[in-house]
Design a protein around this ligand. Structure first.
Ligand code: AHM
Ligand code: MG
Length: 337
């Protein structure tokens, strides 16, 4: 049996020059996740559920739990001191820490503190998604430029799924490991070592209500999924929770592709590059799969804005390559100005 803390320490010890800062940072995220998990589990009891009066930068109504989760992760990272700045889905600008210890922190974090929050009141799984980068600036307050790094520069990424059990799944580029929270002792225990996509996959997860707005390639891909062809295990199975972490996690375990394409109305789709697409893309690749924006690797997108969006397709390699093949064949100019 191995706890998250033990595993992180062991993993980092393999790096001869490791200072222990990343270990502490990941540990801080794990601790904040336990507080968020506690609040989610008693949300109905403590009347914390429901809408806050505020609206976040994307113009969406914020829920109280979003605010709570945001505060927990920011607080944990601020007091930890290893991180100098954060980009959060809930804040328009980056949060650059003022305290001296944090200003000497080597890392920056991009985070979606509570993804899928529209599902809270129906008791559907929700999640947290995070990315860790080394800062670019040398010292002082972290800057927006520190956060505008490509996914290929990621140092670590992970997600927490608050589901029928709570799990933390993360990678530092040495494979993907999953830890399940044992609520009786408050410890994340390694339950899913070296997670990999299965060789086969028969699930596709997409919000099909956008069908008429999808580019030709995606419409044709959906028809391809519906088609009867036993040699390729089709028709595929539709599963869509509407909570990316939960949809992605199920597909990682069972074998399936998660799709959030661009539409005619929103060519860049809905999901945010820095704290939704990139961390999941890093995990998908580390789990032996692929993550694409339709025409190439998500991790290679050069970010220009901390809240920018990207089409997102992640899953087993053969499934993502099929999407790229369809995009190239049927919608080669989609989303390109
Ligand atoms: P959120 O960050 O506001 O919760 O939005 C992101 C969520 C993802 O979890 C999910 O994949 C997607 O939105 C669902 O969107 P849609 O309702 O358009 O299918
Ligand atoms: Mg989100």
């Amino acid at each position: 049996m191995k706890t998250l803390t033990e595993f992180i320490i062991e993993e980092q010890a393999a790096f001869p020059n490791a200072s222990g800062d990343l270990t502490r940072l990941l540990n801080d995220i794990g601790i904040a996740a336990k507080f968020v998990n506690r609040e989610i589990n008693r949300a109905g009891l403590t009347n914390i559920m429901g809408y806050n009066d505020e609206v976040n930068v994307q113009g969406e109504a914020q829920k109280k739990l979003d605010v709570y989760a945001n505060e927990q992760f920011i607080g944990a990272l601020r007091s930890g001191g290893e991180c100098c700045a954060i980009a959060s889905e809930e804040n328009e600008k980056i949060i650059a820490f003022e305290n001296e210890k944090s200003q000497s922190g080597k890392y920056v974090v991009a985070i979606d503190p509570l993804d899928g929050s529209s599902n809270i009141e129906s008791n559907v799984s929700i999640g947290t998604v995070f990315s860790v980068y080394k800062r670019i600036s040398k010292s002082g307050k972290g800057t927006t430029t520190d956060l505008l790094q490509k996914g290929t520069d990621l140092i670590a990424a992970g997600y927490i799924i608050y589901g029928s059990s709570t799990m933390l799944v993360y990678t530092t580029g040495r494979g993907v490991n999953g830890f399940t929270l044992d609520p009786s002792v408050g410890l994340f225990i390694r339950s899913h070592p070296n997670m990999k996509y299965p060789d086969s996959g028969t699930i596709y997860s997409i919000n099909e209500s956008n069908y008429i707005y999808f580019p030709d390639a995606i419409q044709k891909y959906i028809q391809y999924c519906h088609f009867d062809d036993p040699t390729t295990n089709r028709p595929y199975i539709t599963r869509y929770i509407g909570s990316m972490v939960a949809d992605f996690h199920r597909n990682l375990i069972k074998g399936g592709i998660f799709l959030y394409p661009g539409t005619i109305k929103n060519p860049s789709g809905k999901l945010r590059l820095l704290y939704e697409c990139n961390p999941m893309a890093y995990i998908a690749e580390q789990a032996g799969g692929k993550a694409s924006h339709g025409f190439g690797r998500v991790l290679e997108i050069e970010p220009k804005d901390i809240h920018q969006r990207s089409p997102f397709f992640a899953g087993p390699t053969f499934m993502v390559e099929k999407i790229e093949e369809f995009m190239q064949k049927y919608s080669p100019d989609f989303g390109k100005k």
